[in-house]
Design a protein around this ligand. Sequence first.
Ligand SMILES: [Ca+2]
Length: 105
Amino acid sequence: MLKLYALVGVLAACVGMAAAGGTVVFCTDENMQGHCVDLDYNNNDCINFGSGLNDLISSLDPEGSGHSCTLYKDYDCKGDTFGFTKHHDTLPGFNDVASSFRCTS
Ligand SMILES: [Ca+2]
């Protein structure tokens, strides 16, 4: 029985690695105000913002640490970029323009 538990543990660890990712909170106003949405990501997947966030994001907050992320000006992770790894109350030079993002953690 102990072996079975060990096997389940290994499988769970593998699944966890394959689906590794995290969560980033995006808000439409500075200082995490306005309309805020928690978006879950899988590592290296490009995520397009919906109409409630597209070209509106002014602040963001990755949950926890270890995130390495990029905002993109256009859909499908194209166009100008803004890199972030932590909380930003403002997005200098990138306010109200982001349309997609991609992260690893
Ligand atoms: Ca905004």
